[in-house]
Design a protein around this ligand. Sequence first.
Ligand SMILES: Cc1cc2nc3c(=O)[nH]c(=O)nc-3n(C[C@H](O)[C@H](O)[C@H](O)COP(=O)(O)O)c2cc1C
Length: 308
Amino acid sequence: MDTQLDLTTNIGGIRLRNPVMTASGTFGYAREFETYVNLNRLGGIIVKGLSLAPSEGNRPPRIVETACGMLNAIGLENVGIEAFINEKLPFLMRLSTPVFVNIYGRSVEEYAALAERIEDVDGVVGVEVNISCPNVKAGGVAFGVDPDAAGQVASAVRAKTSKTLIVKLSPNVTDITAIARRVADEGADALSLINTITGMAIDVDKRRPVLANITGGLSGPAIKPVALRMVWQVCQAVDVPVIGIGGIITACDALEFLIAGASAVQVGTANFVNPRATTDIIAGIADYLKANEINRLSDLIGSLKVLS
Ligand SMILES: Cc1cc2nc3c(=O)[nH]c(=O)nc-3n(C[C@H](O)[C@H](O)[C@H](O)COP(=O)(O)O)c2cc1C
């Protein structure tokens, strides 16, 4: 790669060697991709969402392919925070790539307890908080659809961590900028968006939902225009860095988010189709910068030209 090219970017005080990160839940705990990807070339690694206790997730069927995407209702299956720290983190600590832990809880207290547990753990530079989860105390309504509930989670986690705090926003809302402003005001260092869009699929022969959970989260190219619109809106609304997620398959997709104002991107569903998607995208971004004689990625970020 051209040594003059500066692909670095900054997310809440963490310097990434390039803007391409892995999206939570689509890259396991990274070791699963070791044979396909030089993990030390990635900008950042975000691991599968972790809860206090291990979780088996939902009953199958949990995944279905849709037009230009997929629906999943994995139900946040994970090994739990203790097994992550003891069994998964030692491998990740041998890498030079910054590692972020994605967390979710069923109550504000659970989020806070997870942040507290991670606070003194070496090898984790930041916490990404998934607020697209049901709040059991509010009848199962997701934290991320209500500015007050989202703000409470951000504030509780902020109080427990000095690590970089990324709050991951849900797209299943009317005005995502209201949620973005609130969590930024509560101390988030960066925002990532979008999580999956709630959808469903029906088997017409059986007249049953395809997913055992009935509904699931839509991801992949089908959601990219929605994600791009939301990222662009949030970039206008807050001062903290924004990480764009949603249907990024190619370098061109990633470039759209960067031009819209995202400081970095996460690659999700693409990893299932092409396990080398992340490094292909990094190479493609570098090629674009060279072809357009842009030496620094920072000069591209937010360079969208809008006629006024
Ligand atoms: C199978 C699967 C599992 C996921 N698990 C998580 C998770 O544990 N935590 C989380 O915050 N997001 C999770 N996501 C959402 C992704 O990180 C990402 O926000 C979403 O899929 C949109 O990006 P994409 O279109 O590139 O996949 C998951 C997505 C998929 C497809």
